[in-house]
Design a protein around this ligand. Structure first.
Ligand SMILES: *Cc1c(COP(=O)(O)O)cnc(C)c1O
Length: 372
């Protein structure tokens, strides 16, 4: 599949070879235990028990693995995948670098749980500057970072980390494997939430890790089995079904984000606009060199919590909701969840609506929202 372009790879990813009379994508296999061979036991078949083994999950892992260019294991959520990597690979006394501006629950987990078991936790802004990486065991970066959308040069960072003996894990949630392939850029591990644009229908939670190193994959797979952080078969099947349209959805979302960014860029009542696809965005030089497409997510400030509420009340095509990357346009005032963004800061995630309708709706809602 690797010689095909994005749309083809998404449609075909992880599908079994055609068998007359069988569906393209087999339905979810809903099983806790499976029948065992009374004589040979678990040796006789690939499936023994649902926590380690599920064929629906394996097909999804083959699909995501193809798109990322590595071996994949899926988890019950992005948090399950990321905390799994941190807990399975770090030991007391190790030092880990995390993004100071990254996904808030990961930062909270690091300061509460990791620091509590004796891991040294350091926070670095995604855009740098990065300190000396000597003595660091793992660098986890998010690029583009959620929600601020800064980026880091992965080729440069992974070269520096490897020279210092550190591993690099890249949270690829916002970009998706069509936006960038961190393993090609030198990363040891990809971690991500599949809840967002990867699956894109706002109907499931999913996480995954991908790597080319069996030495890293084996402890993570064992970690998943012993902690039980597995997605159910139905969610795995829904996720796989959604992958077929990833290229189409992202193309529309990116186009919509570009149209919205251009409409917002001219407005004095919208400050701090960030979209890495805008030529004058601080993240644009690195993003355009390492990313294959820019995500459909923008960030900006409307000045106050009240003005954000008035904007959302007036908009007909923008749903107030957290999460992002879905087919419906959504906006989230991040500060309401207790993270450290300003009160009027909004992360806007463009869906797949018609671009003219969406821009008209957003512009009208901003006008209706009045001054801060
Ligand atoms: C949403 C998100 C996560 C967590 O994923 P869940 O599926 O919600 O557990 C991790 N990292 C980033 C960048 C995210 O946006």
């Amino acid at each position: 599949m690797s010689d095909y372009r994005d749309g083809t790879r998404c449609v075909r990813a992880g599908l079994p070879d055609p068998v007359p009379g069988e569906p393209f994508l087999p339905g979810p296999v809903l099983a806790a235990p499976y029948h065992l061979d009374p004589w040979r036991g678990p040796e006789a078949a690939a499936n023994g028990y649902g926590r380690p083994d599920n064929p629906t999950r394996r097909l999804l892992e083959a699909a995501i693995g193809e798109l990322e260019g590595g071996d994949c294991r899926v988890f019950a959520s992005g948090q399950a995948a990321i905390t799994g990597v941190l807990l399975a690979l770090l030991r007391p006394g190790d030092t880990v670098l995390l993004p100071a501006d990254g996904y808030f629950p990961v930062r909270a987990f690091a300061t509460d749980t990791l620091a509590g078991i004796g891991v040294h936790v350091r926070f670095v802004p995604t855009a740098g500057p990065y300190p000396s990486l000597d003595g660091v065991r793992l660098v986890l970066v998010e690029t583009p970072a959620n929600p601020g959308l800064d980026v880091v040069d992965l080729r440069e960072l992974t070269a520096r980390a490897h020279a210092a003996g550190a591993l690099v894990a890249v949270d690829n949630t916002t970009a998706t494997p069509l936006g960038q392939r961190p393993l090609d850029l030198g990363a040891d591990l990809v971690v991500a939430s599949g809840t967002k644009a990867l699956t894109g229908h706002s109907d499931l939670l999913l996480g995954y890790v991908a790597t080319r190193s069996a030495e890293l994959l084996d402890p993570l797979a064992s970690w998943r089995t012993v902690t039980g952080a597995v997605p159910g078969a139905f969610d795995a099947w829904l996720a796989h079904r959604s992958l077929a349209t990833l290229d189409l959805r992202l193309a529309r979302q990116t186009g919509n984000a570009e149209a919205v960014a251009r409409a917002l860029a001219g407005r004095a009542d919208v400050t701090g606009l960030r979209w890495p696809g805008l030529p004058d965005d601080p993240a644009h030089p690195v993003a355009s060199a390492q990313m294959r497409r820019v995500p459909g997510v923008l960030a900006f400030d409307l000045g106050s919590a009240d003005r954000v509420a008035r904007f959302l009340d007036a908009a007909r095509l923008v749903n107030a909701a957290t999460s992002f990357g879905g087919v419906h346009t959504t906006a989230d005032r991040r500060a309401q969840w207790g993270d450290d963004t300003p009160p009027g800061f909004v992360r806007l995630s463009c869906g797949v609506e018609d671009p003219a309708d969406l821009v008209a709706d957003i512009v009208a809602a901003l006008d209706a929202a009045g001054p801060a």
